[in-house]
Design a protein around this ligand. Structure first.
Ligand code: GLN
Length: 252
């Protein structure tokens, strides 16, 4: 019997309230199913912008790398230092990568080997479940609450190794299909192709939490800096006082 899929949570109305401001999600729009991601994030109540060139990489709270053809995306990314700038951004900014995006984010890519951003500590094997004809839809229980999740696989990669810091949230035949490593979330399937926005909501929660942490540490940094300035000024004042006292003494 086919398990029933839980009704999705729908637009995350509390998102702006939780985060204190609108979140901007950049979606890599060079090739692949970036439009489906934009629709899914709109359904989840989030604002997104397409990213086509390095200068589009500013002012983003989160970033999405869609499914498509990783080799084609790499060709575009290898121009104008795009890949270097993206790597720099994603070393601190939350990223949600699906299928080809997951391949781009992985530390090691096999079958065949190809360059990648190397930020997510996993090894992926491209097209590991066969060709287009072997695409599949699987409905499985996952670590997400709300019942079984529909997972659409299209020429999907298989995650064959996960590093110690990688949490597995869903599997297919024992292999991880949804993983998280700190601010990075990656799926070998296509959550943007179903009406269920639980994976998008999970990512938006991650973006929101990350933003709050960053703002707090910035605030603490500012507090720390003004405290340092105050101590420095005090030291300077007592130094000036000591100097003028010395001067006064030497005059006498
Ligand atoms: N097979 C593709 C690749 O290697 C990924 C397929 C997908 O994103 N659906 O890039």
């Amino acid at each position: 019997m086919t398990p029933t899929i839980a009704a999705n949570a729908g637009p995350s109305a509390s998102l702006e309230v939780k985060c204190g401001k609108k979140l901007t999600i950049g979606i890599l729009a060079l090739q692949g199913d970036f439009e489906a991601h934009a629709r899914a994030f709109a359904n989840a109540g989030a604002y997104s912008v397409p990213v086509r060139k390095p200068t589009d990489l500013t002012g983003l709270d989160g970033f999405v790398m869609p499914g498509g053809e990783s080799t084609t995306m790499l060709k575009f990314l290898e121009r104008d230092c795009f890949i270097e700038m993206l790597k720099e951004l994603l070393s601190t900014t939350p990223c949600f990568a699906t299928c080809a995006g997951c391949i781009l984010l992985a530390r090691e890519v096999l079958s065949p080997t190809q360059p990648s951003l190397g930020l997510l500590d996993v090894t992926v094997e491209r097209n590991a479940y066969g060709r287009q004809i072997d695409s599949a839809v699987i409905i499985e229980e996952t670590e997400l609450s709300g019942g079984p999740l529909e997972m659409v696989f299209i020429r999907a990669p298989r995650i064959t190794r996960t590093g110690a810091g990688v949490e597995v949230l869903a599997r297919r035949d024992g292999s991880p299909t949804l993983v998280r490593q700190g601010h990075l979330l990656a799926a070998t399937f296509h959550p943007e192709m179903t009406a269920d926005v639980r994976v998008q909501n999970l990512f938006l929660d991650l973006v929101c939490a990350h933003k709050l942490i960053r703002e707090r540490s910035l605030l603490e940094g500012t507090k720390h800096a003004s405290e340092k300035k105050r101590v420095h000024e005090k030291q300077r004042a007592s130094h000036t006082l000591a100097q003028s006292t010395r001067k006064l003494l030497s005059v006498r």
